[in-house]
Design a binder for this molecule. Sequence first.
Ligand code: FES
Length: 206
Amino acid sequence: MQYSQKVLDHFMHPHNVGKLENPDAEATEGSPACGDQVSIFMKVDENTHKIQDVKFLSYGCASNIATASIITDMAKGKTIEEAKKITWKEAAEELDGLPPVKMHCSVLAVDTLRKAIKDYEIKHGLAEEDKFSTDKIIEELKKVIYPNVGEDIVSLKMVKYVGFKDGTAIVDVEIPKFDKYRDNVAEEIREHLEKFKEIKDIKITM
Ligand code: FES
């Protein structure tokens, strides 16, 4: 697999590794694509809402370590509003790219950072837990990467319909019968949606 020099540098010498004692916020997320995990800890200035310090622990692959390293670099010193806007594409670009099959590692890093920010906002009365709706399902599907090109299935317009009724999530995906990633994509959709307690059943049509 071809990695950029920057990915290798961050993997060999990761920045911001470790755990913060008494963090103002923290989050641990796992990637449904591979089972790898990352934890992020943050100290936030209560007045300016700037991220003063941020560290991570990785339980995953080289790209997991490199993306967590770069995302914590990118978030440090930003306000939580600014940090929320960092996208997984920007994180991958900052690393001079990632192989398409490793794009989900960048999704995981951004997802964990956003979850830690949400944790801070909820603890400080700045936000409430999200209400469940089809929008939430679509947001989640934006984290499912089509490994052939390293883009998410929503941006690629592969998702043709999303519904939610009586606890059943319905997702219609356009993907050729002969596509080698077909089962992989279905499995990943399922694993992403299974984590919502509101979803009791998942129907995927292809
Ligand atoms: Fe899953 Fe990198 S985080 S292979």
